[in-house]
Design a protein around this ligand. Structure first.
Ligand SMILES: [Zn+2]
Length: 307
């Protein structure tokens, strides 16, 4: 895979993410989002590759943008997670995949507060289908990058659990230890392998499957954390050596699954659009700085304030 933008060249606006509550600040952290969005390009079939390859640096860098839209716009927050087990383990397995059915059972306010990321994926998938139908190259690339954010977030185990930061099991901080610190210490983008995109018949159903797998993976991660902290309660090198022995393979798998599933969303959207002719494979943001702030036009202007 090509390297995503250097982690050392972090645009200043990303520093504002540090102002967000750590428990749900940034999904995979910027390295994880860059890696998933970039690796997804390698998972695409040959016909879609040239267009996405020509825009890979933009797609990789702007995989974090929906986290920036949360600054100053609180309703964006629950678009990034779903606490599948809030109403118990049985409900987690059979969580209603239709939004209005779920609202009918638990109330719309509770469903919206509990997190809606699978439906957010469905919404951005629909936008991508429209962009392909309209041959709108800029909309294809931007929607693909933003869809990548939500697809990556749903593959973060602690974005699918009520115990999202270990706060219910005396393991506070596990969210950042797993999704950010472990990645920085032990995983490079070149460690990740691409797998071919698959055709999805129902992206929202698929997204619920990804969330259920995320929730399942919290169990071995929490167990690894409990064991590792016995070696090193300061969360230093000894902790991460022990924690990584069990948690690193899970993180690698979730990152690789995230990239493959994101590519499957991109590919399936093109198929659902009727396999239209693709725009010329050029960099659609060539005339502006790579790190120029974005704003989803469907969000209120209060979201994503100017730099
Ligand atoms: Zn996020």
């Amino acid at each position: 895979m090509s390297s995503p933008p250097s982690r050392w060249a972090m645009p200043l606006f990303l520093l504002t993410l540090l102002a967000l509550p750590i428990s749900r600040a940034s999904g995979w952290g910027e390295e994880g989002h860059h890696a998933i969005n970039s690796l997804a390009v390698d998972c695409l079939p040959a016909n879609l590759r040239p267009l996405y390859d020509a825009n890979r640096p933009w797609i990789a860098l702007h995989g974090v943008d929906p986290d920036l839209w949360r600054i100053g716009y609180a309703p964006e927050g629950p678009h990034h997670f779903i606490d599948l087990d809030t109403w118990g383990p049985e409900v987690a397995i059979h969580f209603p995949t239709d939004y209005w059915t779920a609202c009918g059972l638990y109330g719309q306010a509770a469903i919206d507060k509990n997190g809606v990321v699978p439906w957010r994926i469905g919404l951005y998938y629909g936008k991508l289908v429209r962009a392909f139908k309209e041959h709108d190259a800029k909309a294809i690339i931007e929607t693909s990058a933003w869809l990548g954010h939500y697809a990556a977030d749903i593959h973060v185990p602690f974005h699918a659990a009520a115990n999202y930061d270990g706060q219910l099991s005396g393991q506070r901080g596990i969210h950042a230890r797993f999704e950010t610190a472990l990645l920085r210490r032990q995983i490079k983008p070149t460690d990740l392998k691409s797998r071919p995109a698959r055709l999805l018949t129902d992206p929202v159903q698929a997204a619920f499957g990804w969330a259920r797998e995320s929730l399942r993976q919290t169990v071995p991660i929490l167990a690894a954390d409990k064991e590792a902290v016995v070696n090193d309660a300061t969360y230093g090198d000894a902790y991460y050596t022990a924690f990584g022995a069990k948690a690193r393979p899970i993180a690698v798998r979730r990152l690789e699954d995230g990239a493959q599933d994101l590519a499957s969303l991109w590919y399936s959207a093109w198929v659902a659009a009727g396999k239209p002719e693709l725009p010329a494979p050029t960099d659609v943001h060539a005339d502006e700085p790579l790190d120029k702030r974005t704003h989803d036009p469907d969000l209120p202007v209060t979201a994503s304030p100017a730099k």
